[in-house]
Design a protein around this ligand. Structure first.
Ligand code: DC
Length: 224
């Protein structure tokens, strides 16, 4: 039996930063499941599938071979043999990822892969439905959140640091829309698992969140 740690929550709560550091500290593999949805999104965009064209997504999804490899400790996503990792972080891909995450065939394909990973190694996996659907028996489940206001400001600061001049009100509206879409879809909506520990990061630094979660892990998992 391997030790699985599930971290769920809305976009911008700090999931990937925390999950990555937690995995490093524990010596576990880090799996960013959002990147898997983004990889299929690249495939659908390239094949000119509309965001609402669920039937075509279902028809095409099995033509997309998605593989995860770890190179120098970093997760790399391959789509039909091509490393698409550098293409995943755009708004266009994020929007298509959110749209295709509604499709049950897309979810089934990626969920199967994620379950198989959980059965094969110690890992920290982040996403939206990890504690509820993908790894219901995970040893530790964390639901990481922060207010829309705080998440919008974090994204604003991130873009400003890259030399972009973003519109804070627009960012806030996009985050609220994405939250709504992720938590109201029919299949595996974003939802806190009954046995997950809620951590609100609105007024915590990354170091504080990490220390807090490590405390929870050490309480639940012997020898972690
Ligand atoms: O975490 P992210 O922004 O990279 O995720 C992209 C989209 O994929 C997001 O809108 C929700 C979806 N997603 C999902 O439905 N289930 C997951 N386990 C991970 C992501």
């Amino acid at each position: 039996m391997y030790i699985n740690i599930a971290i769920d929550g809305p976009a911008g709560a700090g999931k990937s930063t925390i999950a990555k550091q937690l995995a490093k500290t524990l010596g576990y593999i880090y799996v960013d499941t959002g990147a898997m949805y983004r990889t299929l999104a690249v495939y659908f965009i390239r094949n000119k599938v509309g965001e609402k064209d669920s039937a075509r997504m279902s028809a095409l999804v099995d033509n997309a071979d998605v593989k995860i490899r770890y190179e120098n400790g970093e997760q790399q996503l391959y789509l039909n043999g091509e490393n698409v990792t550098p293409l995943l972080r755009t708004e266009e891909v994020g929007n298509m990822a959110s749209a295709c995450a509604v499709n049950p065939d897309v979810r089934r394909k990626l969920t199967e892969m994620q379950k198989a990973m959980g059965a094969s190694c110690n890992l920290v996996m982040d996403g939206r439905d990890i504690g509820t659907t993908v790894l219901p028996d995970a040893a530790v489940k964390i639901f990481l959140t922060a207010s829309v206001e705080v998440r919008a400001k974090r994204r604003y600061d991130e873009l400003t640091a890259k030399g972009i001049t973003p519109d804070l009100a627009q960012i806030r509206a996009d985050i609220a829309d994405r939250d709504y879409q992720d938590s109201h879809r029919k299949h595996s909506p974003l939802k806190q698992a009954a046995d997950a520990v809620l951590v609100d990061t609105s007024f915590m630094t990354i170091e504080e969140v990490l220390a807090h979660i490590l405390g929870i892990v050490r309480e639940k998992v012997q020898n972690a």
